[in-house]
Design a protein around this ligand. Structure first.
Ligand SMILES: Cc1ncc(COP(=O)(O)O)c(C=O)c1O
Length: 420
């Protein structure tokens, strides 16, 4: 089981990445080496760590990030281990790892099973009353639309929406314009699922603080695409998953709850490990209270293998380097975007071209071909992409991650050119 991982270290240390040296071992958060975003040979070696099929080009990391062997091996090993020992523990390994990955304290991390679970904890935990307003975008994924719509439906809160703009400045203005005396929270994606707009997270959090609002980010696409420092961003809550850009186990996620928000956000679902003591045999019955950490939002028995897999994911990503991964995936997307922009008015580019407002997702339409027909055509040509009917965008979405190559991007751009 360990051999794949050792093989990986050896490959990298053995000069695969040219003049680079591996000077730390997995498990440390320092950048182990610098891989140039355009060093195709180095990235090819890293691609070998993924069992992902070569029969098609996988451009759908925005939906699901395939895991590399070291992560799969860690899960397999833990599966066997749990049933060998007859002990179910082990999932706590993920909490400090997830915390270090986004640079917060592990007491501020709740382990969840996907992004949507974290979103629901916030949407239901904020003490909102009928008529209170929450700001969202018109580009939400169902995961950040439905929990808030449900709260509006059941509790009468009011949702106000804006469309993400192509520049950070304009997006900020649109949010500002929506703030009223009734606004209580800004609850927006860090990166939209539709066209990959990267919203100005730090400025939004600052605006929220200045106006006395809670700021929450749906961070489904954040960790693994961008190196995150949530303290620097300054938001109150951030919900993420392990299964997209981190390429971790499916069914893992985490929610950041800023320390000062622990007693603001109400814990609606609790169970074992959430409390500091209880007793039903006394009169009156006793509930001592919640643990002084974000563990109060997750409870009971968890799947140790997947969370051990999440911890291994953080080690894997740190071994390559969060900055390296981010630069590579964004360089691939920037390359694709520039190729598509060469097609001029034959396409509609939906992803911002402003550097800080784009990441590793490119969204566009081809004027001459409906998006769903292009989807079928691209599939025939061997590309796995995502179509975006959401928000009536009817567009095409390509996610590029560090296992993709410039050659794959070029090939895809040629297919678009041919059709356009
Ligand atoms: C922006 C955004 N939010 C939330 C989700 C839901 O994520 P999860 O399946 O982890 O709950 C997605 C999934 O694609 C997404 O793109």
């Amino acid at each position: 089981m360990q051999s794949t991982r050792r093989g990986f270290i050896k490959q990298v240390a053995g000069g695969v990445v040219g003049s680079l040296t591996l000077n730390t071992l997995p498990g440390t958060s320092a950048l182990p080496f610098i891989v140039s975003p355009d060093d195709e040979e180095a990235w090819k070696k890293i691609r070998e760590q993924f069992p992902l099929t070569h029969n098609r080009v996988y451009f759908n990391n925005g939906t699901m990030g395939p895991s590399p062997y070291p992560v799969i091996d860690a899960i397999k090993q833990a599966l066997v281990d749990v049933d060998t020992r007859g002990e179910v523990d082990g999932w706590e390994a993920a909490r400090p790892k997830a915390a270090s990955f986004v640079k917060v304290d592990s007491t501020e991390i709740s382990l969840t099973h996907n992004t949507t679970e974290g979103i629901n904890i916030v949407a239901w935990g904020l003490p909102l009353k009928r008529g209170d307003e929450v700001i969202l975008t018109t580009h939400e994924h169902a995961g950040n639309a439905l929990p808030w719509l449900n709260r509006a439906h059941l509790d009468g809160i009011v949702l106000r929406t804006f469309t993400p703009a192509s520049t950070a400045g304009e997006t900020l203005t649109r949010i500002s314009d929506l703030i009223s005396p009734k606004t209580r929270a800004i609850a927006v994606p860090h990166i939209t699922c539709t066209a990959g707009h990267v919203l100005p997270e730090k400025e939004i959090a600052k605006l929220g603080r200045e106006k006395g609002l809670w700021t929450f980010f749906d961070g489904a696409h954040g960790p693994g695409m961008l190196p995150l420092d949530l303290k620097d961003i300054g938001c109150d809550f951030y919900a993420a998953c392990g299964h997209k850009w981190m390429c971790g186990p499916k069914g893992t996620g985490f929610l950041y709850v800023r320390k000062e928000m622990l007693d603001v956000l109400q814990a609606k679902f609790i169970g074992a490990y959430c409390d500091t003591g209880w007793d039903l045999t006394t009169e009156p019955q006793e509930f001592k209270g919640y643990v002084p950490t974000a563990h109060r939002f997750d409870y009971a028995t968890q799947s140790a293998p997947v969370f051990i897999g999440l911890a291994a994911t953080v080690d894997f990503l740190n071994t390559i380097g969060r900055e390296n991964i981010s630069q590579r995936s964004r360089a691939l997307a920037a390359h694709l975007q520039s190729k598509l922009l060469e097609l001029g008015d034959r396409i509609d580019m939906l992803t911002p071209t402003e550097e800080g407002s784009r990441g590793a997702i490119v969204g566009f339409r081809i004027k001459k071909m409906p998006y769903d027909r292009f989807g079928q055509y691209a599939a025939k040509k061997g590309f796995r992409i995502r179509l975006v009917p959401e928000s009536h965008l009817n567009s095409i979405r390509v996610s590029t991650h560090f296992y993709n190559s410039m050659e794959e991007v070029d090939r895809f751009a040629e297919v678009v050119k041919e059709v356009a």
